[in-house]
Design a binder for this molecule. Sequence first.
Ligand SMILES: NC(=O)c1ccc[n+]([C@@H]2O[C@H](COP(=O)([O-])OP(=O)(O)OC[C@H]3O[C@@H](n4cnc5c(N)ncnc54)[C@H](OP(=O)(O)O)[C@@H]3O)[C@@H](O)[C@H]2O)c1
Length: 156
Amino acid sequence: MIEMIWAMDENRLIGKGNLLPWHIKKDLDYFKRKTRNKVVLMGDRTYRSLKHYYKDKKLPFEKIYVANNEDHTGYPDAETVWDLERFLEKADEDLMVIGGRTVYEVALPYAFRLYITYVLGTHEGDVYFPDFRLADFKLVKKEMEERLIFAVYERI
Ligand SMILES: NC(=O)c1ccc[n+]([C@@H]2O[C@H](COP(=O)([O-])OP(=O)(O)OC[C@H]3O[C@@H](n4cnc5c(N)ncnc54)[C@H](OP(=O)(O)O)[C@@H]3O)[C@@H](O)[C@H]2O)c1
């Protein structure tokens, strides 16, 4: 099963200068709880962004796949995914897609469950979640926090 998790504001903003546009501890804690010890898939830029946040600490995932179109020398703690569409079509293990925009866009048609965190208000930044049909999913859970709404959707 393929799941996706992201946090976006009211303009669907998700990134700023290859980092998150906000620092909200409850959002980070939720992300950590939902992704801990999972098999995760992300793009090269999100991988580098996480390395910035985690510094020298090991990334807390069971297994890491990083999508990358260029001939990088590889990742010390992750497997490279060269052909993302093919990888998603053939996926036979549970996967949590953790960004960024380009990988979310390719992975959306394959996703069964979405963990969307709505960050209330608008922020400055430069990367937005792509437009997509939320009507293809049904809301199965919703929790409110001070600046956040944690919503979970499943494909209809
Ligand atoms: N708010 C959130 O929940 C959240 C979550 C994650 C990330 N973000 C933010 O999103 C931003 C990064 O998003 P992004 O779209 O710029 O980058 P990204 O999706 O993390 O990575 C893009 C890279 O992935 C590789 N890639 C993309 N499509 C591919 C394909 N079809 N096949 C193989 N490789 C492919 C390419 O790597 P190469 O260029 O190396 O070939 C591409 O440059 C950052 O600001 C980050 O902080 C936000």
